[in-house]
Design a protein around this ligand. Sequence first.
Ligand code: HSE
Length: 429
Amino acid sequence: MRRINIGLIGWGTVGTGVIKILRSNAAHISRRTGVSLRIRRVADLDLKRVRGIKIPPSILTRKASQIIEDPEIQVVVELTGGLESAQELIIESLRKGKQVVTANKALLARKGKILFREARKNNRRIFFEASVGGGIPIIKILQEGLAANKISSVLGIINGTTNYILSRMTEDRISLEMALQEAQINGYAEKDPTLDLSGVDSAHKLVLLASLAFGGWIDLKKVYVEGINEITDEDIEYTGGLGYTIKLLAIAKQTASGVDARVHPTLVNRHHLLASVDGVFNAIYLEGDYSDRQIFQGKGAGEGPTASAIVADLIEAGKEILTGNLNGPGSLLIDDDLKMASMGEVECRHYIRIPAVDRPGVLAQIASILGSFNISIASVIQRGQRRRGVVPIILMTHLAKEKALKKAVARISRLPMVKGRPLRLRVED
Ligand code: HSE
């Protein structure tokens, strides 16, 4: 059995997990797959930090170049998490003839076209199973398991931090700030959770999923993104009363006018398969023309699940090296930019919370504005305690176009009796 030599750049939580798996399951992996994986070198700028495992000092280095320049290393695992520097590392590695494994979803979503093109030019491949859904092998499912299908919809809960926060707000009616604090104390949220809360992390992952699902490249700039920052415990309560759970969904649908790709907090019917995916779990729901509806669920982050995905890629990279097929099928189709549908044309039902002064005539004014945009109201709730005379009016609409809703809500927010920004959430039916 031939050995595959690996160079690991970036020794953090996931890198530690990879080393642990290769130590504890090495014999199992080689017996099962015919590939013997060995870490030949580990590079990190900080070699002093305590990581809970020991590595022979002889294989440690502070210089990534010692990995990239080493002719014995066949696969480079990039786990630095950076952007420009990571891009350089990957390109250099490919040019030196190495296969690359990465979990860097932000980099791939932004610079995927350059990177995958570079891989192809060098007859090498970039593996990225760990970039979406942690331990869920969703990339392989799309590339291989469902390759026979035309996929029409991808719906994902693909950010564990926000799913944990929304779940905690739902379970115990705590505020978003408290739930975030709790997530940070428990080590679920990043120190800077901006990319998670703003929905951008989900958008990065959606670019990769949707590009694979629909067979072309999705431009990140054309993905509509909204985060969870404005969700209050009040919204959790009202939507719960209406039979919904709020989830940050990454949605991509193939429509007649192109791909509709968006990330936003969404009202999901309590009985939908995704509604019960709680805490740090991720789930991806797919609809294929022959496979029909499927859901894949698992831990979307953390040492073990993410390292499991990295090692799966290492095994695949190793198999390709052993068979001499270094640029096998499965790379992203980057040559065709997929046509994107316009967000303004997206049609959803909506939940709207409007903080308004509790006076006669307010509801009539709001209804009149909605009517003028041809938006039909399905139900209205107004209850709860007055906060300085302000009571939220909760509206559910029938199906309406995004562009109409946007204009109508902007006009409603300018009414003198409306005190604060209304919140609008879309319903996924
Ligand atoms: N910050 C990400 C999350 C980590 O919360 O899901 C995994 O990509």
